[in-house]
Design a protein around this ligand. Structure first.
Ligand SMILES: C[S@@+](CC[C@H](N)C(=O)[O-])C[C@H]1O[C@@H](n2cnc3c(N)ncnc32)[C@H](O)[C@@H]1O
Length: 240
């Protein structure tokens, strides 16, 4: 039974189409948030927030305080967006490179949240233990990444995907089993609901409607993929 995402379905679609940077991050955030005990007053780090639509969902739907941290999108851009929505007191935009360490106190966050970004910096054994330092004991980590629904046949990129495959996808696109095995090795984490997300197809369909040139390029890729290979992997855990 698919997990409903009513907040996203009712949201200003033109705004979302302008601010998506990949499969609809608000929809993904809403489904993943349904696995977390979010409530007003909690402090959430949204790592790799892009243009901030997952941060907006967290702030508006759950009333949490969000630190919206990103590498490519300037905090000034995000600040304008959050101000226009009256969210400037609730969402703090900032520039962060997760590979260079985080500018926060240890144990500062109730939740570390990330949508469609962790694959760029987290496919190694050191990132998760490092990030857990910034989460309170008992706090949660929730990450959603695009990935593979199964290992590629023979370990080879299928012919229909080759025109779209760039070498870094070898590292970034992993299966749920691969990610789970990586997270099982992390000291200080109790693994929670790790699963393929229900919103996989709809989140991609939303993105392919976007005027963003990257979305236009992704249309033939998704036609070639044909629902056979891609997944949306959710990884959750709690700091012990
Ligand atoms: C595909 S975009 C997705 C953005 C947003 N989460 C969304 O889904 O709309 C990937 C994001 O990951 C962020 N990112 C990549 N490497 C990062 C790093 N080392 N530290 C922080 N953010 C990073 C980029 O800045 C970019 O905004």
């Amino acid at each position: 039974m698919p997990i409903p995402t009513p907040f996203t379905d009712a949201y200003d679609k033109a705004f979302l189409l302008d601010t998506m940077m990949g499969p609809n991050a608000m929809r993904i955030a809403e489904e993943m948030a349904s696995f977390l005990p979010l409530r007003q007053g909690l402090r959430v780090l949204d790592l790799g927030c892009g243009m901030g639509i997952s941060s907006i969902l967290l702030a508006q739907k759950f009333g949490v305080q969000v630190f919206a941290a990103d590498l490519w999108i300037a905090p000034t851009d995000n600040s304008r967006r959050f101000q226009a929505l009256g969210l400037e007191e609730q969402i703090v935009p900032l520039a962060v490179d997760a590979t260079k360490g985080l500018p926060f106190a240890h144990g500062y966050f109730d939740v570390l949240f990330s949508v469609d970004a962790y694959q760029y910096f987290g496919t190694n054994q050191t990132m998760l233990p490092g990030l857990l330092e910034f989460v309170k004991p008992g706090g949660h980590v929730a990450v959603a990444v695009p990935g593979l629904s199964r290992e590629l046949p023979g370990g080879e990129v299928p012919p229909e995907l080759r025109p779209f495959w760039v070498p870094q996808l070898d590292d970034e696109f992993r299966t749920l089993a691969w990610w789970r095995a990586l997270w099982e090795q992390a000291d200080g984490l109790r693994l929670g609901p790790c699963r393929e997300m229900d919103c996989l197809r709809q989140a991609w369909a939303d993105w392919l409607e976007s005027p963003n040139p990257h979305a236009r390029q992704d249309v033939p890729m998704m036609q070639a993929e044909g629902g056979k290979y891609f997944s949306l992997v959710q990884l959750c855990g709690q700091r012990v």
